[in-house]
Design a protein around this ligand. Sequence first.
Ligand SMILES: CC(C)(COP(=O)(O)OP(=O)(O)OC[C@H]1O[C@@H](n2cnc3c(N)ncnc32)[C@H](O)[C@@H]1OP(=O)(O)O)[C@@H](O)C(=O)NCCC(=O)NCCS
Length: 323
Amino acid sequence: MFEIIVQRLSDIDIAELAKFTFETLQSSVFRVENRTTAEIEQSLNERADDENELVVLAREQESREILGKLGIYTGFPRMVFISKWDPIVMQSKKRDAVARTLIKRCKKYTRHIGFNRLEASLSPINENNEKLRSDYQILYEREGFHKATEEASMRVEMSKWIPELQSSKLPEGYQFEEVGDRTDAEVYEVFHETFKLSKDRLHLDMAPSEQQTTFKHWFDRTRPFHATSLFVVKDNKIVGFSIGRANDNIVYLGPFGLLPEHRGNGVAQALLHEGLMRIKADKDIKYAELEVDVDNPSAVKLYTRFGFTQQYRQEYYSWNVPR
Ligand SMILES: CC(C)(COP(=O)(O)OP(=O)(O)OC[C@H]1O[C@@H](n2cnc3c(N)ncnc32)[C@H](O)[C@@H]1OP(=O)(O)O)[C@@H](O)C(=O)NCCC(=O)NCCS
């Protein structure tokens, strides 16, 4: 018999959890853990102050031994995120039952706190972990999750990016504008129209309140925008946007998009060109990175033309609280 407990990371014996994580992943036939127990412990300690970090634990009832863990993050209104490649469960006859019970508990918790959506992500996916990916897919689909989207992580090394190879001219009537002065309502309208009318599966998979939450995260003014961030404006109206945030020596691009009536005339290329010029001018930055739906050929083509190459794939599985 085992019991399931939901706890804040700060209330857990982190050394015990780090040891469990390390040992379980060592004996896992699928997943390689390159970090030592001490490194896992350090990373857990760094996150322990964040009250949105929760852990769902399965413990053997008598011995109190940890059998499995599933990390969740609840910092977004109405959405709960499961840590990548979780649950982690000890190899035993009970493995499948423990994994499914942890996910079930997580669904119950999401419903209990009145949130709508629970999301699990598998990243990075590469040719070495196909079996693991498929095992997790089966596990999540059996628990009622569906695949929301599949994305490619692409990047370009700025020292190798040659601006002269791509077209850079905005067509007549369009201008760049620094992000900052427009109201959230105005930006949201453009953002929503852009993704609603495109094939962005993750956006279409979300309820309106979740789309709002995602928008607030992307355009959050309390986090610094990198200088690459720009609007494209025509007749004083925003028609396109490109946002970038720096972390260490990488600028993460996105969201990026144009209202449909402004596509196919070189605006996207000019916007990406100007954005990359601004990243190249920042000597602290080595790479520009982004995530793109693998089923979005116009975006993949655009980024590939600019020298972005795929690093790995990732998949998102979601479960919506039944209403
Ligand atoms: C992704 C997105 C920005 C691409 O915009 P786009 O306008 O289609 O991209 P491009 O500027 O590359 O233009 C597309 C075509 O117009 C052509 N074109 C470019 N400049 C042109 C010009 N001056 N005159 C005529 N055609 C031109 C391009 O050559 C390209 O054609 P090709 O693909 O046959 O070579 C747009 O589809 C979009 O906003 N999608 C929704 C949001 C989204 O998916 N964002 C990406 C998330 S990661």
